[in-house]
Design a protein around this ligand. Sequence first.
Ligand code: NAP
Length: 327
Amino acid sequence: MPVSREIHLVRRPEGMPSPKDFALVEASAPDARDGEVLVQNLYMSVDPAMRPRLTAGQALNEAMMGGALGRVAQSRSDAFAVGDLVSNRQGFREYFVSDGKGLTKLNPDPDLPLTVHMHALGMTGFTAYGGLLFIGQLKEGEQVFVSTAAGAVGSVAAQIAKIKDCYVVGSTGAEDKAAWLRGEVGLDAVINYKETPIRQALEEATPKGLDVYFDNVGGDHLEAALRRMNTLGRIPVCGMISGYNSGQSPVRNLSNIIYSRVMLRGFVGTDFMHLYGDFQRDMAAWLKAGRVKYQETVLQGIAEAPAALIGLMEGRNSGKMLVKLAD
Ligand code: NAP
């Protein structure tokens, strides 16, 4: 019966979360009974959407929930064999027992690193793909702005827009990330919003206005984009991270959507599951051809999970934030 370390939320944060809001707790993982499996998590995904759940949704004094990739360590189920890799929502813990509900078997692509299935070739990349092509109705050659362009979702969205021969502007809050977007990714313009106010920088970077703004930030970034939207532009709203700590992401010029007849639509990845097969085919090919590049920030060990979540809110990740729990 292995000892499973897990992270509990012990206090609801106000504003930026602090390490004191979390506790590392040791529990014994029970053996699998008939019809069950014991899973050892290998990697857990750290996502901005966890922050709103710390305020409401995540129970106190229980192991936190989050996306993870695990390996079946014991099986008394006909559906799973020892060694199977399974995606699950039982992150923030090393081991758990399951009756199989909520586990999805993963057949990793042998030509790609395992972890890409947790970002570019997983739901993160799919969010960018469907958000841009289906919700945003992107057309070849359009003028595009992607915020948090060096992040997990943003970097994929920006590169898909480049593959579609668009003029692409990306924003980020750090110079090393800006350098990656300019040098490795080859965006047409890169904004460091901590150096130049986003409104001014976006105006200078978009002489032909914007047809699509892929919004990950809300607030000042959305306001700046609304000033630049061309007639019949589209704004797929993926996230509003600027308001996740405060609960507010104010925008004062929403009426611009009327004058320019702009479509503004929030979405989640499950809105376009019919595209998942196309996505997997396209993304695997783009990754193998080096047309989509990615970065990962991987912290080591379950004890680092709170630091990973806080670091995400502080912009200390380049690309996908992961915590490695086991080899
Ligand atoms: P990420 O971009 O890899 O990491 C978060 C980044 O946000 C940070 O590195 C930081 O980058 C930036 N950031 C933090 N606070 C900010 C602020 N106040 N203003 C501007 N930027 C700030 O995370 P991700 O997983 O790819 O998620 C990106 C967005 O997509 C989030 O809003 C998330 O909620 C959303 N999302 C939505 C869905 C969906 O289904 N709708 C699914 C996944 C993610 P810089 O250092 O560059 O500022």
